[in-house]
Design a protein around this ligand. Structure first.
Ligand code: GLU
Length: 511
């Protein structure tokens, strides 16, 4: 019988979730949904030194914004609760000691100073120190010390750790759903710490394997940086006798810098002006902040679409996918082995595609908070209409204000270049005349105003460009904006007249 698909996203709350982490969550989610399985959120917070307050909430807020739903886990609950490893600490010691009893692990009593000294000695010989088969038999370990002494040290409260006893010179054969068959000789690996008495907590490796087993995880989908840990994880499954239910593994390719080489970092984002985090972040300890896609004006649908294609391809030319379409087409065998280069322009392109396809109602919902932040209180229809007129020129939601502010706020200054060009000669007089024409129009709809004004311009023999650009100076205050009749219809007759009066009253015409 096929085992039920159960995947987990298992972040450590050590800071804001990087977009690489969001992609890992997304692929887990797509895989779960594709196979009718469960998506679990487990918080791996056993490294108390790297714990950052607020990071867990940030992770949950990010997933929610992205539309990645959690079936079981922190914030949701479920049959394997608790899902926060710090709340599961009672579980792990038993498993660690079980491994010691079975000969798969041992106690080590080395102090930090002793380990430092060993490292320095090795360095002096031009070597790197490894805690492994070559040294464990002659250091302060339960493999070297008499049993009574080990017991005595533990009883008197000496600090100890439990280390995995990595076999010597054995080839571990592993299969990865993305990388294929991988073999590693254990002599290249060291004896990782599994448990620390100092804080009565397991390390990542032990907690991760124990929890994946207890939570009946079927597939581990995670970043490539964990591939070097895979031999240890395989051996832990063997040591516990859990090989039959060992999950399958899929290690996702790295997200690379826009320039190619190396892992995408916050510094690349700062340098090139794009966020590497989903949401804005303020560090609770240093106060340092980081840009987020949400605050920078990206739509979650576009963000997710862009991320899905960074490392996975559908095998077709299709680029735009709803979440449901992603679920329907996702498969791990179309995830690439090589790193995926992040392209900031492509991220903006995706956003523009989504923005341009939105109707006025959808735009209103997104634009209203931005308008309110600028002190503008208008009906949804008005907000949606303004955004709708200008959406084609925007890639990001945040660009809409600059593109539409003149709809809501009369200009109080005039762009110099534009003023110099048009606020001179006949134009002020013509604008005064146009004011009269506009004042006489009752049906101020776009079409009617355009018809009447055009006829008047033709009849008087004025230059169309001169008149319209002078009107633009009055209504917009600059050389930007949509067609003039979009503006007149939007702001209405009285406001048009007021803005014309203001220009005439405040700006001295040039020569
Ligand atoms: N806590 C690990 C992380 O932060 C999880 C790795 C895994 O998925 O096994 O990435």
């Amino acid at each position: 019988m096929e085992r039920p698909v159960r995947v987990r996203f298992a972040p450590s709350p050590t800071g804001p979730l990087h977009i690489g982490g969001v992609r890992t969550a997304l692929y887990n989610y797509l895989f779960a949904r594709r196979h009718g399985g469960a998506m679990i959120l487990r918080i791996e917070d056993t490294d108390s030194q790297r714990f950052v307050p607020g990071a867990e909430q940030y992770i949950m807020d990010s997933l929610r914004w992205c539309g990645i739903e959690i079936d079981e886990g922190v914030g949701v609950g479920g049959p394997h609760a608790p899902y926060r490893q710090s709340e599961r600490r009672a579980i792990y010691l038993k498993y660690a000691t079980e491994l010691v009893e079975a000969g798969w692990a041992y106690y080590a009593f080395d102090t930090a100073e002793e380990l430092d000294a060993l490292r320095r000695e090795a360095e002096a010989r031009g070597e790197a120190f490894a805690y492994n088969y070559a040294v464990r038999g002659r250091l302060a370990t339960s493999l070297a010390l008499p049993a009574e002494e080990v017991r005595a040290r533990i009883e008197r409260g000496d600090q100890w750790v439990i280390r995995f006893r990595m076999p010597e010179n054995e080839v571990v054969k592993m299969d990865d759903l993305i990388r294929g068959h991988v073999e590693v000789n254990t002599s290249t690996l060291d004896d990782k710490v599994l448990y620390k008495s100092a804080d009565a907590l397991p390390t990542y490796h032990l907690a991760n394997i124990v929890d994946d087993h207890l939570m009946e995880i079927s597939h581990v989908i995670r970043g490539e940086e964990w591939l070097p840990s895979l031999p240890l994880h395989y051996l832990l499954y063997r040591a516990f006798g859990w090989e039959a239910s060992r999950p399958e593994f899929a290690h996702l390719p790295l997200l690379l810098k826009p320039t190619g080489g190396g892992k995408l970092s916050k510094r690349d984002g700062d340098k090139m002006g794009f966020p590497v985090f989903p949401l804005f972040w303020t560090s609770p300890t240093t106060g340092e902040t980081a840009h987020g896609y949400r605050e920078d004006g990206y739509l979650p649908q576009a963000f997710i679409n862009m991320l899905a294609l960074l490392g996975w391809n559908p095998g077709t030319e299709q680029e735009l996918f709803t979440m449901q379409e992603l679920v329907d087409s996702f498969s791990l065998d179309r995830v690439s082995k090589s790193g995926a280069r992040f392209q900031p322009d492509k991220a903006r392109w995706f956003n523009a595609q989504y923005l341009h396809r939105m109707n006025e109602q959808e735009l209103a919902a997104l634009y209203q908070p931005i308008l309110r932040a600028h002190g503008i209180e208008v009906a949804d229809e008005v907000a949606g209409k303004a955004a709708g007129i200008m959406k084609e020129r925007a890639q990001l939601l945040t660009e809409l204000w600059d593109l539409t502010s003149f709809f809501f706020v009369a200009p109080d200054t005039y762009e110099e270049k534009q003023a110099r060009k048009y606020w001179k000669g006949q134009n002020p007089a013509i604008l005064a005349e146009l004011r009269g024409v506009l004042a006489s129009i009752d049906d101020f709809s776009l079409e009617n105003t355009e018809r009447i004004v055009r006829a008047w311009i033709e009849e008087r023999g004025y230059g169309m460009g001169q008149v319209m650009n002078t009107l633009r100076l009055a209504l917009v205050g600059a050389g930007k904006g949509p067609g003039m009749y979009d503006v007149t219809a939007f702001i209405g007759r009285e406001e048009c007249l007021r803005r014309i009066d203001r220009l005439i009253a405040t700006l001295q015409p040039g020569e």
